[in-house]
Design a protein around this ligand. Structure first.
Ligand SMILES: *[C@@H]1O[C@H](CO)[C@@H](O)[C@H](O)[C@H]1NC(C)=O
Ligand SMILES: *[C@@H]1O[C@H](CO)[C@@H](O)[C@H](O)[C@H]1NC(C)=O
Ligand SMILES: *[C@@H]1O[C@H](CO)[C@@H](O)[C@H](O)[C@H]1NC(C)=O
Ligand SMILES: *[C@@H]1O[C@H](CO)[C@@H](O)[C@H](O)[C@H]1NC(C)=O
Ligand SMILES: *[C@@H]1O[C@H](CO)[C@@H](O)[C@H](O)[C@H]1NC(C)=O
Ligand SMILES: *[C@@H]1O[C@H](CO)[C@@H](O)[C@H](O)[C@H]1NC(C)=O
Ligand SMILES: *[C@@H]1O[C@H](CO)[C@@H](O)[C@H](O)[C@H]1NC(C)=O
Length: 681
């Protein structure tokens, strides 16, 4: 009896927080504070001074959680039925790279606030590879996911889903809201803008609704309405809060405000009363000027005069001393303005993260050119880069896109290149090209690019490393000769000292594994990227193809697999309809595999590559496995590769666009990395 009484005391003591929580629990956070007990933070989550919870910053592989400090009673102890509840919260996801979020956040009901053993990346800090899908987790979550994980059957890289003990959502929908009953408007979760979300559970109708909105007004219709009885899923007492994670791609995940009510409707959150992220404010012109007519006229005159003077000054190129000694032709800004018809939208050939490319016709020579506009926030970086133009401008090779000249205007750098009407090679090999290149044409392009690279690496007075070889940087002239563009540009962004500038030294899928460890570009890392290019030209697909069958996902793996199976012609682009020179294809594929070797010393150099392609040297009989790229099978290395990206070398995001440049890879095109890497966790 006595013993039992003691036990009871212990029980009462342990369950104290439970006893204070009632079936009518309610709270409202319009902002958070860092004082103890206001909100329980876990992982890397922090309350920022402005009163916003930042679950994660944009560093890789983080978990951050914020939970209501005490557990709440979620079930009627008499009949074991889960209570109804309703919650509303305001969040924002600010990705490191504009179009690539990683990975997302979730509103969760869980048995603990710590969730020991849970992983970041696609697991959102809620599960791990062992417990995902196990009903003894007792986790109910609503995910706001910005990466498409094929492993969990995600519908896209911008969706909301209901997760029960698993990340394979029981119901999911692309992020959107109902502006009214009949019009559904898409929402971009990773836009960086504040989004309001409501999760309502009705325990009578056994229904969970999820509603989103970009404003404080709750739309009438939810985007997910999922029938489920949460009683068997929830425990008697549960913690509620948020969990977010980052992976190779990363976003900062923020919570601005949160309200909750058990057995009732949560209080509305008023966006205007919530803290906001400091954003660079746009300067507003003082427009309200109550003055007499005379004064207005005077004012107008002053304004026009200022605009005139401002324009004049703005257009005037202030030439600094150091610019005068730079090699290739220096164009005046006026010349280029005329050439591009005032940088007219219509003349735009393409654009990427750093600037736009315009088509132009030089006023004097009437020659067609491509004018690339780069902006650079660091003057120092710009200056160093401009001095490199001297070098680049002297490079001459029939398979390089010739830099004709340049022009600097404040922080903008304008580079003038030969205009190539056929645009870039990627347009001819990926997805649905208008023209299918024949094998003969492809082989000619391959040989051309190989000789351009040999020139850059070995035949010029200095070693020039391209750093960004890929189909998007190979341009085709009118005779469909391949010409390598954008050499040396990657350096510009290494000199940049502005930390907010995206630093880029390559494109995911073309990055040599050692580059991700050492961060040092070498001729060997160029050869690696060239290997990827060889394979994609021959196979007609990208190095990583999310739409492919799992075993064909990573091109190198697939080619190696077919090679070892003795069925290498299986990988050749089907659109060639079997019309190709088998001997040449074998040389190119074998070379592609050799260049893709994860060990730099095993890769051939460009001199060897060229002599193999020309048939001057005989290729070695034995071929070793490409190595680390054998994802899954040898996943230790691959995992390492995936997660060891220094921040400066993550897959290029849009970047140096040139005539008709490629789009930034979407998060979904990258996600296979994550799923693959984690098969082994
Ligand atoms: C936490 O702090 C915020 C902001 O100061 C306040 O609005 C909220 O009521 C507090 N919540 C709790 C549970 O203390
Ligand atoms: C992000 O958070 C992690 C962990 O708190 C920290 O180590 C890292 O320095 C932070 N990164 C930035 C850019 O603030
Ligand atoms: C719990 O269930 C019992 C029996 O069904 C019911 O009488 C009681 O009102 C319920 N309590 C709450 C808080 O819903
Ligand atoms: C997975 O998480 C569970 C807790 O849910 C933990 O017990 C287990 O050790 C974790 N497994 C791994 C491999 O970390
Ligand atoms: C689920 O987890 C429980 C407890 O961690 C474990 O005993 C059980 O074997 C797991 N079930 C499955 C199917 O993995
Ligand atoms: C959720 O979906 C899984 C399958 O994805 C299913 O096994 C499970 O029964 C569903 N859970 C509920 C509560 O409907
Ligand atoms: C959930 O949405 C449906 C419409 O799909 C609506 O009829 C129902 O009242 C909503 N329930 C809650 C609890 O919001």
């Amino acid at each position: 009896m006595k013993k039992n009484f003691g036990l009871l005391l212990v029980f009462v003591f342990l369950s104290y927080p439970l006893l204070v929580s009632s079936q009518f629990d309610e709270f409202l956070y319009s902002g958070f504070n860092a004082l103890k007990g206001n909100i329980s933070l876990n992982g890397v989550a922090e309350v920022e001074n402005i009163g916003v919870v930042r679950l994660t910053n944009d560093t890789r592989r983080l978990i951050g959680r914020a939970f209501y400090p005490s557990a709440l009673k979620f079930k009627n102890s008499t009949n074991g039925k889960a209570f109804s509840f309703s919650t509303s919260f305001a969040f924002a996801i600010v990705p490191e790279y504009p179009k690539l979020g990683g990975h997302g956040l979730a509103f969760a009901l869980a048995p603990s606030k710590e969730l020991p053993g849970a992983l970041p990346i696609q697991y959102l800090g809620l599960f791990n590879a062992t417990d995902v899908g196990n009903y003894s987790n007792h986790i109910f979550a609503v995910e706001f996911d910005t990466v498409q994980d094929f492993e969990f059957g995600d519908i896209n890289d911008n969706h909301v889903g209901i997760d029960i003990d698993s990340l394979r959502s029981n119901s999911s929908a692309p992020a959107a809201y109902f502006a009214d009953k009949s019009s559904k408007v898409d929402l971009n979760l990773k836009s960086g803008n504040v989004i309001l979300a409501w999760v309502d559970y009705d325990s009578v109708r056994n229904l969970v609704n999820v509603t989103l909105s970009p404003s404080s007004t709750k739309p009438e219709l939810p985007i997910i309405s999922y029938p489920v009885d949460l009683s068997p899923i929830l425990l008697d007492s549960m913690f509620i809060g948020f969990s977010a994670s980052t992976g190779l791609l990363a976003s900062s995940h923020y919570i601005f405000g949160w309200s909750f009510k058990m057995n009732g409707v949560a209080q509305d959150l008023e966006l205007s009363s919530l803290p906001t992220l400091p954003v660079p404010t746009k300067k507003n012109l003082p427009l309200t000027i109550g003055v007499s007519v005379a004064a207005s006229v005077f004012l107008l005159a002053v304004i026009f005069l200022s605009i005139y003077l401002f324009r004049k000054i703005k257009n005037a190129d202030v030439i600094e001393d150091w610019e005068l000694n730079i090699g290739p032709h220096r164009f005046t800004y006026e010349e280029l303005k005329v050439a591009t018809k005032g940088f007219r939208e219509k003349e735009l050939l393409g654009f990427g993260g750093f600037g736009r490319v315009y088509k132009g016709k030089l006023p004097n020579s009437k020659a067609h050119v491509a004018v690339k506009q780069l902006s650079h926030e660091s003057k120092q970086g710009l200056r160093e880069f401009v001095s490199e133009i001297a070098t680049i401008g002297r490079l001459r090779h029939r398979n390089l896109v010739q830099l004709q000249g340049w022009c600097r205007r404040r922080g903008d750098l304008l580079l003038v290149y030969d205009y190539l009407p056929n645009g870039s090679l990627d347009k001819f090999i990926f997805e649905e090209p208008k023209v299918i290149l024949t094998w003969e044409q492809r082989f000619k392009i391959i040989k051309g690019i190989a000789s351009a690279l040999l020139y850059l690496h070995e035949e010029w007075e200095q070693i020039v490393i391209h750093r960004d070889i890929k189909a998007g940087n190979v341009l085709l002239d009118s005779e469909l000769n391949g010409r390598l563009g954008d050499f040396g540009l990657a350096k510009l962004y290494e000199h940049g000292s502005n930390p907010t500038t995206t630093h880029v030294v390559g494109t995911l899928g073309y990055l040599a594994p050692e580059l991700t460890r050492t961060g040092k570009a070498t001729t060997g890392s160029d050869v690696f990227a060239f290997g990827a290019l060889l394979l994609e030209i021959t196979c007609g697909r990208r190095p990583i193809e999310p739409k492919a069958l799992p075993e064909e996902l990573v091109l190198v793996d697939w080619v190696w697999d077919r090679w070892t199976a003795g069925r290498v012609f299986d990988v050749v682009d089907r659109r060639l309809e079997g019309e190709f020179d088998e001997a040449e294809v074998v040389v190119v594929l074998k070379l592609g595999l050799m260049c893709s070797n994860s060990t730099p010393t095993v890769r051939p150099n460009m001199k060897q590559v060229v002599s193999y392609l020309d048939g001057e040297a005989k290729m070695p009989e034995a071929l070793s496995a490409p190595g680390e790229y054998e994802a899954g099978k040898n996943s230790e290395g691959f995992d390492d590769f995936v997660h060891s990206y220094p921040s400066s070398s993550l897959g290029k995001v849009s970047s140096y666009s040139f005539p008709g440049d490629v789009e930034a890879p979407t998060a979904s095109s990258l996600s296979p990395f994550f799923s693959k890497a984690h098969n082994s966790l």
